[in-house]
Design a protein around this ligand. Structure first.
Ligand SMILES: Nc1nc2c(ncn2[C@@H]2O[C@H](COP(=O)(O)OP(=O)(O)OP(=O)(O)O)[C@@H](O)[C@H]2O)c(=O)[nH]1
Length: 342
């Protein structure tokens, strides 16, 4: 495999000329995916390549093809193993590689490119700070089609792209934190309202039924007063975990505040709602939270709704569920009060 000579000051002075339309399209990209697609598309023309692609790390063992332009030599849904591929090696070693002639290659990805008539490729790592996020790749139908200058230009683009990916990940982390209840890990009330807005759209357009359950722990003040606030926190964490286990993956679960949780279920019926909630209450009443030498048990009261008719706003639903939940409290707690709204 031919390697490039080391960078010199002269190389550092190299400039990259980018088509103005490329820069305009970059500024129009509204998501990371858009940005990667735009870069792949333009790198094909900037480097006069027959194929350009971008991979991002998917797991300890695989890269994922995220954007591709030109020859579809490797299917988009195929995960690339890090072991045994040139892209994987570039990712692991964090160093650009140039395969000038595929006829001798033993790398799985290069062999796949070779089968479709491509003869050489240039891969550079996407590095920002101390992290490598994946690789940028261009391939050509002629052997030895890329130059050192191409590598330096592509590496510079990859550094810039990696910085964008890094910032995107940081924004995602901050957003996840701002949406999560720090104690239990379920959504907080703010996230609940914004996620409900998108559920409401589906509710409106597909006319599916909606289930709501407001779950309030019983006599939780006694738990705090008897065992302390820390013990109460531990109970809340385990209730959140049990609720997440009891619900479907598609259900929206949030801690509304204090010892109150809410679940929104799309496309459900009365039997489904009641079966889930009964299972939850039953497991909860048998659950024992250990705290030091003590074991704490709690129960909950639930106000449940099924709405079959026209969509309603969130305040109305919470108000109705709250009323049903208080009926459950007044009727002796550890039970469900159900209301069907047509
Ligand atoms: N440990 C802990 N306690 C909390 C938290 N948020 C609210 N609480 C407590 O939850 C308790 C709620 O008490 P109440 O509103 O009187 O309700 P309750 O004792 O559960 O009684 P009922 O709802 O009528 O069954 C209060 O003692 C709050 O301090 C929290 O984050 N951690």
């Amino acid at each position: 495999m031919p390697s490039f000579e080391p960078e010199t000051n002269e190389h550092q002075e190299l400039s990259i000329e980018l088509p103005v339309r490329f820069v305009h399209e970059l500024s129009a990209a509204v998501s990371l995916f858009d940005l990667l697609k735009t870069v792949a598309r333009w790198s094909q023309s900037v480097f006069l390549a027959h194929r350009a692609s971008i991979t991002l790390v998917e797991s300890d063992t695989h890269l994922k093809l995220i954007a591709m332009e030109g020859k579809e030599a490797i299917p988009m849904d195929q995960l690339l193993p890090i072991e045994g591929t040139m892209a994987g090696r570039v990712f692991l070693n964090r160093q650009a590689e140039y395969m000038a002639d595929f006829s001798m290659t033993r790398d799985l990805d290069c062999m796949q490119l070779y089968e479709t008539g491509l003869k050489c490729c240039l891969d550079v790592p996407l590095i920002s700070g101390n992290q490598c996020f994946g690789t940028m790749n261009v391939a050509h139908e002629d052997t030895n089609a890329f130059t050192l200058r191409d590598r330096l230009r592509m590496q510079a683009m990859a550094h810039w792209l990696a910085a964008c990916i890094r910032i995107h990940h940081q924004v995602e982390e901050v957003m996840a934190l701002s949406e999560t209840d720090p104690l239990t890990g379920v959504f907080n009330r703010r996230a609940f309202s914004s996620r409900f807005a998108s559920i409401a759209k589906r509710w409106q357009s597909e006319e599916v039924s909606l289930g709501v359950a407001l779950i309030d722990l019983d006599h939780f003040k006694v738990v705090n007063d008897t065992y302390g606030h820390e013990a109460g926190d531990k109970v809340l964490v385990q209730v959140g975990e049990l609720l997440a286990k009891s619900c479907r993956k598609t259900d929206l679960i949030a801690r509304m505040g204090g010892e109150e949780f809410c679940v929104i279920m799309v496309d459900v019926n009365e039997n489904g709602i009641m079966a889930m909630l009964n299972r939850f209450l039953d497991t909860l009443s048998k659950m024992s939270v250990s705290f030091g030498d003590t074991h704490i048990s709690v129960t909950a009261s639930v106000g449940a709704l099924l709405i079959d008719g026209a969509p309603r706003d969130l305040d109305f639903l919470i108000g109705q569920a709250d009323r049903a939940m208080y009926r459950a409290k007044n009727a002796g707690r550890n039970r469900i009060e159900f209301t069907h709204i047509y």
